[in-house]
Design a protein around this ligand. Structure first.
Ligand code: PFF
Length: 445
């Protein structure tokens, strides 16, 4: 490509597919379900929805505005609008990309393994013991490395021929799979108990700080916010694209798939009487409870299980692509590396770093908390301060291509006051807990 020219999405739909692909992933199908189970069902869902709308959406619009305006990856984009003294924030984003992708890919590796088992051997008769055997160690590392290889393959193909091409096929396929499984789950006897758990709000402990922190972290993680992923994808947009509509479409699709995931997971688990497996939910619960459900359903279960894990693999892949793209585009724009070289070198570094998470699930858990509760929420806070207070004319920039939208002043007020204030409260409470968890981990290793 000629110097100074930047790749651009082939079509509007291509960008939306890639951005939805980034947002929809393990966060929607694995993390959302396990947090909903752990934090008490519908009340968590309600808080999460409020957070997505009031905090997630404004930050999404801010990231898209910065990326499209600067046409650069995060470090340079922040410098473009705020001067060199804001480069550190872009560097924090890139660091978040390293950490998240390294453990995300280990979990994705489990899903690849389960999909292969569904095809070749069937699920194990003792899923609890099986999961304990495969979640850590060399085999976990191997599947993680395979998944990283696939991610690197797509990213090295570039924006149009790699990322966009995969997303426009993967996203409709994922949607069909998720809808199909949710419909199937609805036909099971006893599915209602699952729906009741999922959808009947019990607000008694909804407003505890703990639930609030989780809802905030989950909203950022699920929408891919707070680390420049949406910013990076928006840097390949044409100047006249309609950013408010894009934000609404991405956030709407993301919440839709998370909601559908609950409609598949909870009926399946409750209909088969496996609620005790998830009531004290831990990070691995779904990888035990769902295979149990699939095994007890016989041949149909094997097929439904295959569809489920294929959906997870597909969602994880398009998300991992966006995580790697943040890191790769930083090296391409900042160091002048060729895309293939950046993908290979940085992908291998991330694969090695993921070895830590593959070696010990407690490390994976702490990496997940550090990334979400500190990096993403902290990154979101800094971004809100940046767009709310530092950037010169954010409304002038966001308005391009969206003339006639009347609520930009409301967006500005949210970005200046509401979003930073809410995130500050969340950070104030989550920092001590997260540090305590890291400390506990270090003392048990
Ligand atoms: N949004 C992805 C998911 O829900 O699985 C995870 C993710 C992707 C987080 C990209 C952050 C990111 F930048």
């Amino acid at each position: 490509m000629a110097a100074g020219s930047r790749e651009q999405w082939n079509s509007r739909v291509g960008f939306i597919a890639a951005a939805v692909g980034s947002a929809v992933g393990l966060g929607n199908m694995w993390r959302f379900s396990y947090l909903t189970a752990e934090k008490g069902g519908a009340a968590f869902v309600a808080l999460y929805l409020i957070f997505t709308a009031a905090v997630g959406l404004p930050v999404m619009l801010a990231e898209l505005t910065l990326g499209r305006g600067a046409r650069k990856s995060p470090i340079q984009a922040l410098a473009h609008y705020g001067g060199d003294r804001w480069k550190w924030l872009g560097a924090v984003f890139v660091a978040a990309g390293f950490i998240i992708l390294s453990y995300y890919s280990v979990i994705a590796g489990w899903t690849v393994r389960y999909a292969c088992e569904a095809i070749f051997t069937g699920f194990s008769d003792d899923p609890g013991q099986h999961f304990a055997a495969i979640r850590e160690g060399w085999s976990a590392f191997l599947f993680h490395a395979v998944f990283m290889g696939a991610t690197m393959g797509v990213v090295s193909g570039g924006v149009i021929r790699g990322i966009e091409r995969v997303a426009v096929i993967a996203m409709p396929a994922l949607f069909v799979l998720v809808c199909g499984i949710a419909l199937y789950a609805a036909t099971l006897d006893g599915a209602q108990v699952g729906y009741r758990y999922y959808l009947n709000a019990d607000f008694t402990n909804a407003f505890s700080m703990d639930v609030l922190i989780s809802a905030a972290g989950q909203a950022f993680f699920s929408l891919s916010l707070g680390m420049g992923a949406m910013l990076t994808f928006a840097s390949y947009l044409p100047r006249d694209s309609h950013l408010p509509n894009a934000s609404l479409a991405i956030a709407g699709a993301d919440f839709g798939v998370a909601f559908l995931a609950g409609l598949m997971v909870f009926p399946l688990i409750f209909a088969l009487g496996l609620q005790s497996d998830v009531s004290e939910s831990t990070l691995g619960a779904l990888f035990v409870a769902l295979p149990k459900a699939f095994v007890s359903m016989g041949g149909v279960g094997r097929f439904v299980g295959l569809c489920f894990f294929v959906a997870l693999v597909v969602g994880a892949l398009t998300s991992a692509i966006s995580l790697l793209e943040v890191v790769v585009s930083a090296a391409v724009d900042g160091l002048g590396w060729a895309r293939q070289r950046a993908t290979l070198v940085l992908g291998l570094v991330i694969t090695a770093l993921g070895g830590l998470a593959a070696w010990n699930i407690a490390v994976l858990d702490v990496m997940d908390q550090v990334a979400n509760n500190l990096f993403l929420v902290g990154g979101g806070f800094a971004l809100a301060v940046f767009v709310g207070w530092v950037m010169k004319d954010p409304i002038g920039e966001v308005e391009i291509g969206a003339e006639g939208v009347r609520w930009f002043l409301g967006w500005r007020i949210l970005m200046r006051f509401v979003v930073p204030a809410v995130l500050l409260v969340v950070l104030y409470h989550s920092i001590p807990t997260t540090i305590k968890n890291i400390w506990e981990l270090l003392t048990t290793l």
